[in-house]
Design a protein around this ligand. Structure first.
Ligand code: HOZ
Length: 427
């Protein structure tokens, strides 16, 4: 594979940008080698600056559920751009998107749009603290909720990828309010809540963990969290930045039938443009300024281009049979990968919720961060490069998810499986 121009760009990037990248995981550090610089993307494909093309299973870390550059969304963005790119004033578009979100996820009676998932979570936690008048947070090891200070404790995604347990620059005074428990371990949650309930504002969880690889919730985990939090006046926050509109139109809360108090959404509701949202019961959301005293603001919140892309994306997602079709293709990919690994004698534990896929190089089971970390990451790195050489782009980290889009075809999946049969033999 020719990578001359990517290499040149990466050398230059390192002169001006720390580590040569604007977000750590994409630097390929844990898999070795150098990141590819992308020129354009269309449908299921990424095209790099050296003329290589790849079937993309990263999809901008999830949001491109329609595939890259879907015609209807791009046309709508162009139309919106002609009317101006930012006003810092209300628009009808924002009201439409908020209504679509509230109708899709009934627990979100009111919605505040922001510009990223990190911002959504940060604001939801502030609201939980303001509402309950308590400071404590309980999060789960290996879950990632963006990069705000008090949520970096034992976090997944880039921190898991780079092996950063605690982040310098985060005052101990901030993290002292953050408790952590193993994912899927309701006994530990019970114990922590018993000890700390008077100071706990919220329990925050990815209802399907997607930042330590994909780890689905155990059969009763989310229901048990709901009951325990309710019993103690603690707010339950679902971080659906990845799962919202991904595992179903109603998100993970619709899929598992558990209504949180607050929900955070991310870039999928902007069709991949920079957007986030948080929302919940009206009574809670009325605490947010200017309705109430909990302050949160942003000029780019509800940006007309992002909101337009979001509306067009959600319209497509609502079409009957959308998720069923995606699920069927995802199942074919997962089954095929499992068969290929088995045939090559490679121990692989697979996880999947709809079009979110995980694969760990361990006999498993994988139920939490400790078991996810049992994966042979060296083997993952080899697999990643063997697939990349064959034109398939998976995440450059064991601790991220793979995603499919409506633009992926059965032929893409068969091509991927052909590559995987050869790749598994070489790891
Ligand atoms: N933390 C992101 C994935 N969960 C990766 C962000 C990026 O590198 O773009």
């Amino acid at each position: 594979m020719k990578t001359t121009i990517s290499k040149q760009l990466f050398a230059k990037a390192q002169r001006y940008i720390p580590g040569g990248v604007n977000s750590p995981v994409r630097a390929f550090r844990s898999v070795g080698g150098q990141p590819l610089f992308i020129k354009r993307a269309k449908g299921s494909r990424l095209y790099d600056v050296d003329g290589n093309s790849f079937i993309d299973y990263v999809l901008s870390w999830g949001p491109m559920i329609l595939g890259h550059a879907p015609a209807t969304v791009i046309k709508a963005i162009a139309r919106a751009a002609a009317n101006g790119t930012s006003y810092g004033a209300p628009t009808e578009l924002e009201v439409r998107l908020a209504q679509m979100i509230a109708e899709a996820l009934p627990s979100m009676q009111q919605v505040r749009l922001v510009s990223s998932g990190t911002e959504a979570v940060m604001s939801a936690v502030r609201l939980a603290r303001g509402y309950t008048k308590r400071d404590g947070i309980l999060k789960f090891e290996g879950c990632y909720h963006g990069h705000s200070d008090y949520l970096l404790a034992k976090a997944g995604s880039g921190l898991a990828t780079l092996g950063i347990p605690d982040c310098p620059g985060v005052p101990a005074d901030f993290t002292k309010h953050t408790l952590t428990a193993p994912y899927n371990d309701i006994k530990t949650v019970q114990r922590l809540i018993q000890m700390h309930h008077r100071n706990l504002a919220c329990v925050i969880v990815e209802p399907v963990a997607g930042n330590m690889g994909v780890v689905p919730p155990g059969s009763d985990f989310l229901h048990a969290l709901r009951e325990l939090t309710q019993a103690h006046g603690i707010l339950l926050i679902f971080d659906e930045v990845i799962t919202g509109f991904r595992v179903g139109y109603g998100g993970a809360q619709g899929l598992y039938g558990v209504a949180p108090d607050l929900t955070c959404l991310g870039k999928i509701i902007g069709g991949g443009l920079p957007v986030g949202a948080y929302g919940g019961r009206k009574e809670l959301m009325q605490m947010i300024a200017p309705a109430g005293p909990v302050y949160q603001a942003g000029t780019l919140s509800g940006n007309p281009l992002a909101v337009t892309a979001g509306i067009e994306t959600l319209k497509r997602l609502k079409t009957p049979g959308f998720y069923k079709k995606l699920d069927k293709l995802s199942a074919r990919l997962a089954d095929g990968l499992g068969e290929a690994a088995k045939r090559a004698g490679v121990p692989l534990t697979q996880t999947r919720v709809g079009s979110m896929l995980g694969a760990f190089f361990t006999r498993g089971p994988v139920v939490d961060y400790a078991s996810a970390k049992q994966s042979d990451t060296q083997r993952y790195a080899k697999f990643f490069h063997a697939m990349l050489d064959r034109g398939v782009y998976f995440a450059p980290s064991q601790f991220e998810a793979a995603f499919l889009s409506a633009a992926h075809t059965p032929a893409d999946v068969e091509k991927t499986l052909l590559a995987a049969r050869a790749a598994f033999k070489s790891v």
